[in-house]
Design a protein around this ligand. Structure first.
Ligand code: URA
Length: 445
């Protein structure tokens, strides 16, 4: 089938046949579809959508573009985790070693930065020497010996997603339920997990900004996983405000290390404990959610999760000394403070604008294959609810390229609102879609 005919069909709003979807995924994988045709079809999908059957075919074709890893020789229920992407979302980097220290085997294929959101692989690469491109044998060895491993898509594992993900990052083609669902689930079906805990982000800094869209994505992910024989559940969590107090690759790794040393921010800890609880339960490492939560909290407090992070870093070739001395992580040469325009309380901190400001500083990509500045990013000493004095620092921009500063300052300045009254605290976990139904924790979901 000719690429141009498939692009035209979707442009005109037709449902694509299975054959057309296979031709697209094969063409992307073997390189016979050039980037411009793949991008044109991606844009047509963003604009015209895909029905549930097309989405299932796309996911299946993408998952089959490489190997579906068989981990049956490793004892236990393997539980994966994935987020649909947020700002300051470093949950996976803590959760993989944390769950592994509770006895869960955690296979994980992650992604790079996508749009205004950061990517686990870029963050991990800020640890000197850390390798995310492991061979299949190395991946399996890590899982058998350490219990967790975070790798990227390769030529043999989810290669179609590797290409499409990089194109979507720079062509305005991220925000689409079928594209997000197929991207996430092709990696999850390939990675060898028996069960999955997903984090569907919802809000200003997420690709699904409104609750009905996030809920629809959560349902789609759970139904694709379940149909493929993988026990899958999805939390819907708020992403209006960046998670934690650091945005940017190396800055986020430092925050993960702090958290594992018991000094992490409350919001990040809450999401990690909630998701970790379910990972421990799905792996049958606790008899109830309460027991699982106690196990997760103990692994955090006892240092067991931090020890597992060290093992993971060492196993993937990274410099373990960053754990004791985070100043060994890449650090930016320049700093600009943003200060409060008046006294009062922080009433909003727009995750989308903070994410865009971090990308403007160099923490993300403008073009496919661009190098990211691993040290660039933003520290957030003030979050919604905090009192501020006039002129007090509220954001710290870290960067190396002065030409990038003005655009970032404009975005960061707009991101924060200071008002007279402290806003009411907002619940972080909004809903949970699981194999026996849907539980929504706030009204309006
Ligand atoms: N994470 C992914 O792996 N893919 C997306 O499309 C969005 C988030």
């Amino acid at each position: 089938m000719r690429a141009v005919d498939i692009i035209r069909a979707k442009r005109d709003g037709d449902a694509l046949s299975r054959e057309a979807i296979e031709a697209f995924v094969t063409g992307v994988t073997d390189g016979s579809w050039p980037d411009y045709q793949a991008s044109a079809l991606l844009m047509a999908i963003v604009l015209k959508g895909m029905n549930a059957v097309e989405t299932a075919w796309l996911t299946d074709a993408m998952a089959r573009s490489g190997d579906r890893v068989d981990l049956s020789h490793i004892p236990g229920i393997k539980v994966g985790k994935h987020s649909t992407g947020g700002v300051g979302d470093k949950v996976s980097i803590v959760l993989a070693p944390l769950a592994a220290s509770c006895g869960v085997v955690v296979p994980k294929i992650s992604g790079r930065g996508l749009g205004h959101t950061g990517g686990t692989l870029d963050k991990l690469e800020s640890i000197p020497g850390f390798r995310v491109a492991l061979s299949l044998d190395e991946y399996k060895k890590m899982l058998a010996e350490v219990g967790c491993c975070l790798i990227g898509q390769t030529a043999t594992i989810a290669p179609a997603d590797k290409t499409l993900y990089a194109l979507r990052d720079v062509t305005g083609t991220i925000e689409s339920l079928p594209l997000i669902a197929s991207s996430v689930m092709s990696k999850k079906l390939a990675e060898g997990s028996d069960a999955l805990v997903l984090d569907v982000k919802c809000g200003r800094g997420a690709f699904m900004q409104r609750p009905p869209e996030a809920r629809a994505l959560a349902r789609a992910l759970v139904s694709i996983g379940t149909a493929a024989g993988v026990r899958t559940e999805a939390f819907i969590t708020r992403m209006d405000v960046p998670l934690g107090r650091a945005v940017g690759n190396a800055l986020e790794i430092a925050e993960c290390i702090d958290l594992l040393k018991g000094e992490g921010p409350a919001d990040l800890t809450e999401v990690i404990v909630r998701l970790g609880t379910r990972m421990v339960r799905l792996a049958e490492q606790a008899a109830s959610d309460d027991q699982a939560t106690a196990k997760v909290r103990h692994a955090l407090a006892s240092g067991a999760a931090l020890a597992k992070l060290r093992e993971m870093i060492a196993g993937q070739g990274g410099d373990v000394s960053v754990v004791d001395d985070p100043s060994r992580l890449p650090s930016a040469s320049l700093t600009r403070m943003i200060t409060a325009p008046r006294a009062g309380f922080v009433t909003a901190l727009d995750a989308l604008l903070v994410g865009r400001a971090a990308v403007a500083l160099g923490a993300g990509r403008d073009k496919k294959g661009d190098a990211v500045d691993l040290s660039a990013g933003i520290l957030l000493p003030k979050k919604p609810g905090d009192a501020v004095k006039s002129g007090e620092p509220v954001m710290e921009l870290r960067y190396n390229d002065p030409a990038r500063l003005d655009a970032a300052v404009a975005l960061a300045t707009q991101a924060m609102v200071v008002g007279d009254l402290a806003p009411a605290p907002q619940p972080l976990v909004l809903g949970w879609v699981h194999d026996s139904g849907e539980t929504m924790f706030v009204a309006g979901m």
